[in-house]
Design a protein around this ligand. Sequence first.
Ligand code: TXA
Ligand code: MG
Length: 338
Amino acid sequence: MGINPTEAPPDPGASFRICPPTAANIRFFAGHLQAGGLLAIPTETVYGLAADARSPEACQRIFSLKGRPLLDPLIVHLADVSQLPEFAHPNEAVARIAEACWPGPLTVVLPKKSSIPDLITAGKTTVAIRIPAHPVAQNLLQTFAGPLAAPSANPFGYLSPTLPQHVTNSFRQKSPWVLDGGECAIGLESTILDLSRPETPAILRPGHFSAHFLSSLLDTTIPQHYTIQPGNQPASAPGTFARHYSPHTKLALFHKQPPSPNPPPDTARVLLQRPAQASSNLFWLSEQGDQAEAARSLYQLLRQLDNAGYQRIECELPKTDSGIAAALRDRLHRAAAP
Ligand code: TXA
Ligand code: MG
């Protein structure tokens, strides 16, 4: 990571619950999930809190542990695209997208089949499907041989976890077991592409795969995702909460110019790139201003600063809206929303 080291206070968390992904542990946890248990799993985007998607009782435990409203549907994770017709109605558009993007950091919304309980989709007629690429997630999904519902493994509304310790530090004595897959390579949640009406595809959440790239795969123009600006009212539709992915510390955003030449001592300032002159409360997401590195570092740095006793965090917004910068801007706006 390209961030400068500020030691967060030691956090005992529940780190003994973090398990290496040995063959024996994968077999054990596949059985634990089949018996209705919860497990935090690594993916290339963020850690997920997984349960058997065929079991409403198991998935109810996800909502309870996260404090997540039942109107917010869960993503269903599969090992392979060949399993898709068991749970959703595929179409030609998803076949094209799957070829290029799966396994990978993409979620597709499709008409659901009755094999997915209504609890998981919040009563909707559609289901969100993802096939993650992380080798540990793949190994577990293949051994489990079924669908795993998994939202991000954080208390509802807080920053998503990109390290196993983020999960145990958030849930402490209530923490589920965590399969250790190291640091998440992308660090922001998957792109969500709605293909339930394939003639009008829509991006519900920007991520690693951009609107531009997905449009080229479908020979159409998918509109750029609309980013909620701070101050907007939360929308009532699932998945469009204005405030989300937020630290507890007050977060303010700035465009080109920071609000003052130097931040006051109670304020941490986060820049996209390492500044020419360092100071103890200046932080950066990437040495060279690389956007993918900034995306990977964002939640980790915000968590670190959230535990460091600052009254306020100021964060620089990316100037462009292309590629992963669109996802960074979206998450920053949501993190800073009132
Ligand atoms: O990268 C990711 O997608 C991670 C990893 C663990 O896979 N998962 C994740 O899940 O971010 P979650 O639950 O934190 O975010 C899923 C989003 C929610 O905003 C939810 O409302 C939306 O997907 N969603 C789920 N099912 C949907 C559906 N049928 N229609 C529209 N939105 C849906
Ligand atoms: Mg989430």
